[in-house]
Ligand binder design. Sequence first.
Ligand SMILES: Cc1cc2nc3c(=O)[nH]c(=O)nc-3n(C[C@H](O)[C@H](O)[C@H](O)COP(=O)(O)O)c2cc1C
Ligand SMILES: *[C@@H]1O[C@H](CO)[C@@H](O)[C@H](O)[C@H]1NC(C)=O
Ligand SMILES: *[C@@H]1O[C@H](CO)[C@@H](O)[C@H](O)[C@H]1NC(C)=O
Ligand SMILES: *[C@@H]1O[C@H](CO)[C@@H](O)[C@H](O)[C@H]1NC(C)=O
Ligand SMILES: *[C@@H]1O[C@H](CO)[C@@H](O)[C@H](O)[C@H]1NC(C)=O
Ligand SMILES: *[C@@H]1O[C@H](CO)[C@@H](O)[C@H](O)[C@H]1NC(C)=O
Length: 388
Amino acid sequence: MHSLITLATLIVAASAARPFLNEPNTGLEEYLGAGFPVGKLPNLTDIRGIPDFDFAARNYLNASSYSFYRTGAAGEWSYRNNLEAFSRVRWRPQVLNDVHSLASTLPAPFFIAPAARAGLANDAAESNLVKAAYAGDILYIPAIYATLSIEQIAAVKPVNGSQILFQQLYAAANLTAVQNSLDRAKAAGSKAIVFTIDAPATSTRHRAARYGLGNANSDTATLTWALYAQLHNMTSLPIILKGTTTVDDVHKANSVGAPAIYVSNYGGGQLDGSPSPLEICLEIYESDPTLFQKTEIYADSGVRYGTDVLKLLSLGVRAVGLGRQFLYANAYGVAGVTHLIELLKTEIAADTANAGIQDVRKIQKERVNWNPLTTNGFRGEKEGVGAG
Ligand SMILES: Cc1cc2nc3c(=O)[nH]c(=O)nc-3n(C[C@H](O)[C@H](O)[C@H](O)COP(=O)(O)O)c2cc1C
Ligand SMILES: *[C@@H]1O[C@H](CO)[C@@H](O)[C@H](O)[C@H]1NC(C)=O
Ligand SMILES: *[C@@H]1O[C@H](CO)[C@@H](O)[C@H](O)[C@H]1NC(C)=O
Ligand SMILES: *[C@@H]1O[C@H](CO)[C@@H](O)[C@H](O)[C@H]1NC(C)=O
Ligand SMILES: *[C@@H]1O[C@H](CO)[C@@H](O)[C@H](O)[C@H]1NC(C)=O
Ligand SMILES: *[C@@H]1O[C@H](CO)[C@@H](O)[C@H](O)[C@H]1NC(C)=O
């Protein structure tokens, strides 16, 4: 016990000594040079990694728009932990594994998460996300507090109806308003509803508050399991619950027949101190790995690299969302969003091969060394390890 506590303390000390990087250095700023003007977007061809979009948006957008996109809740401990959790676990690559048969034709295992006000970065707003998602063959989930309306967004889709969109909604105390939104989404051709359940109240977001920007959702709603049951009577569309952060809630959602469960801590934007998707999904796996088969589990929050996606997939997650990075990429319009999709697809393909994985849909959990999360993460604390 003593040695474990000592070890945990050393790990905490080691990570405390390493300052948080808003985005890891990709050499972009050195490349552009100190004279690169504020208010200008770097050339898209110079965006080599997804975190480069953060620099680009920070440089190009005004402070209030960037802050609205970037802000996390309170001390942003969850925001940072979302990113850092991925770096705490390491691969156990299986080398000399024949990875030639790797299926490159599979639909990409990632999607555009619902995020409000795409219009702050580009006048065409969500249209760019619809078009790029279609071209890149990925799922897009428009937010109800989008700049464009449900109908305007649907109108951008190809007329043959071959593009799939899910519609994000918030519960509201006014069920007539909820019914209206459900009906509009159905009429507009949405294939599923994504109900956000982790924002029953406004949140403490200092960066955005500074510019007078509150949450898009300020309706303090009471979403209960009873209301969830009632919602099934209000629409024929499948209803996915977004914002699950505990194993107990995944069990509960599964037991009431949720067709899919979306693990998320809102990118650290809602309850500071909520765990990262990697920690949550590991806990789900260790509680009952068959939950990933019994229901479809999606996840988001903190995803910036192909390896982040693969680590979540290795636990059984079906698809992984990105929020802020798509908002930032949208500063470049369709071309930027398309570039992000291509970068992530390229990373996923290369990383899959580098990790010796033959099928991106069947990554074994054993390909990752989870020890750092189980001995030093929140699960360790539960077991009385690392409490110091
Ligand atoms: C500016 C911003 C607006 C968001 N708006 C919504 C929203 O309207 N509805 C929702 O369910 N989630 C919303 N989210 C959360 C995202 O769906 C997603 O969970 C989060 O961005 C994932 O973390 P990431 O930004 O690190 O990828 C928003 C996130 C951001 C950053
Ligand atoms: C961006 O591209 C243009 C056109 O190719 C080029 O003239 C310019 O130097 C590039 N800017 C930077 C910062 O590389
Ligand atoms: C910042 O940019 C947004 C989007 O263009 C605009 O709506 C807003 O008024 C701007 N804010 C300031 C303070 O200039
Ligand atoms: C749907 O229309 C788009 C153009 O809007 C076209 O590129 C695509 O091939 C069509 N898909 C099908 C399945 O017909
Ligand atoms: C509830 O929503 C409906 C539809 O948007 C609206 O007409 C009605 O006034 C709302 N009721 C209350 C009490 O706010
Ligand atoms: C759903 O509708 C059915 C049939 O009308 C009804 O029996 C049931 O009580 C409703 N459930 C809820 C939770 O409203």
